[in-house]
Design a protein around this ligand. Sequence first.
Ligand code: PGA
Length: 249
Amino acid sequence: MRQKLAAGNWKMNGLGADLAEVDALRAAHPAPASQVVLCPPATLLERMAGRLTRTPYLLGGQDCHAAAAGAHTGDIAAAMLADAGAAFVILGHSERREGHGETSAMVAAKARAARAAGLAPILCVGETEAERAAGRALEVLADQLARSLPDGSDAPLVVAYEPVWAIGSGRTPTPDQIAEAHGHLRSELARHLGAGVAGAVRLLYGGSVKAANAAAIFAVPEVDGALVGGAALRAADFGPVIAALDAAG
Ligand code: PGA
């Protein structure tokens, strides 16, 4: 059985005052059955870690560099995230792939660096609207996955299916489209990693997940949880998503 996972991606949002939302979330959901990972901007990692000690909540970074250390102004190494209290790191988010020109080969190198630092990568893949319209969604997912996967190993791995057109748009794929994408990713993972290792990989859906659609998305086969952006910023929004995931488990 794969433990359900809800990851909240704060993106470039959040100041110290917003840590009150974390306190409110913990108060409302002190012992979720699902694993909950909060991924704040790097500036808040250490402060958030202080709020989450001796709680079931875990921390994640939003990106890391492929190198262990060195002359990379503005970047952050995986070991630094781990040192600040992170256990996970989001890699290959479409906002990094598109906004920062990250290729899948770069994502794979980052995933190797993450694992070397003891972090579990949350590897994002997703098709654009044009690729889906052209009937290429599954092919794009398989290609991104194959090229982004770190070399074969059974260390913890999470894969997030995030259709680019669903992120921050309020639009979501149909349950059938999510089921098809997740089924395809599971079989591609099995092809690359073997069925045993692939069976332990959590497959998250991401893109406009919120309280109103969470239960329907979590009822889809092969959906082990969600990567949540906008709805992860406020306890009043993220709490119901966690509750829906717990109920689906
Ligand atoms: P969203 O973002 O929930 O705001 O659509 C999801 C993501 O980018 O991970």
